[in-house]
Design a protein around this ligand. Structure first.
Ligand code: BTN
Length: 225
């Protein structure tokens, strides 16, 4: 999708007062042929999903819960999504690779991409905990209007980030890299965050000095906050 200019996201839109998971609903719509940019939002999820098989919990009214059907996702999708959320969350927001968004060291948003390349779609799910994210523009009152304002900003940021060259995304991501120079652990090792590779992988430097590039999985800050 990059290079072709921003594509409108958010239409058609299905808003559900309560659902199991907006990702689950968006997947069903994608499988049924929904177009690029289709948006599912919900007030409450009863079975919200997180990465690594975890649950995603959010109190009613406190969170922006949304999933987009994308048919032209391009490279670096999950990194671009985390960065777009950070754009909206303000100057102090950082991205903890690959796409957790932190404000003042606290996770305020998560991204879950579920893709079926063989069927030509990806679902991009984003949960933003507005109560924990005072920097999110328009979120202070937490009323529906404010949720809608935050959603509008998020969609606009996503449109920009999904359309820009990958190198622009990576430069912006490096400026917001929560792990740079920080002690980290991952499944199989520990070391110090050493930046983000051109392909989007995370560079980490173990004590023996040989840089390792992680392309998937979870990384934990050894001293969070
Ligand atoms: C994570 O950090 O583990 C990712 C969390 C993603 C949560 C969002 S909320 C909207 C969408 N629907 C889901 O079931 N999950 C994502």
């Amino acid at each position: 999708m990059t290079g072709a200019g921003p594509e409108r996201l958010g239409r058609p839109r299905l808003h559900l007062r309560e659902t199991d998971s907006t990702n689950e609903r968006a997947r069903a719509l994608a499988a049924a042929g929904a177009p690029h940019g289709t948006l599912v939002t919900a007030g409450v999820q009863t079975a919200g999903r997180g990465r690594q098989g975890r649950r995603w919990e959010a109190a009613p009214g406190d969170a922006l819960l949304c999933s987009l059907v994308l048919r032209r996702a391009g490279e670096l999708l999950s990194l671009r999504a985390g960065l777009a959320v950070a754009d909206v969350a303000g100057h102090d927001a950082r991205v903890k690779w690959p796409n957790d968004v932190l404000v003042a060291g606290r996770k305020v948003a998560g991204v879950l991409v579920e893709a079926r390349p063989q069927d030509g779609w990806a679902v991009l799910g984003i949960g933003v905990n507005l109560a924990a994210a005072p920097a999110v523009e328009g979120a202070a009152g937490l009323g529906r209007t404010d949720l809608e304002a935050a959603l509008g900003e998020l969609l606009a940021a996503l449109e920009r980030r999904l359309a820009e060259p990958g190198a622009t995304t990576l430069t912006a991501l490096r400026e917001r890299d929560a792990l740079l120079g920080q002690a980290v652990t991952w499944d199989g090792g520990s070391g110090v965050g050493d930046g983000i590779e051109p392909g989007g992988g995370l560079r980490v430097r173990p004590a023996d000095g040989e840089v390792v590039v992680l392309s998937a999985g979870e990384v934990h800050l050894a001293r969070p906050g």
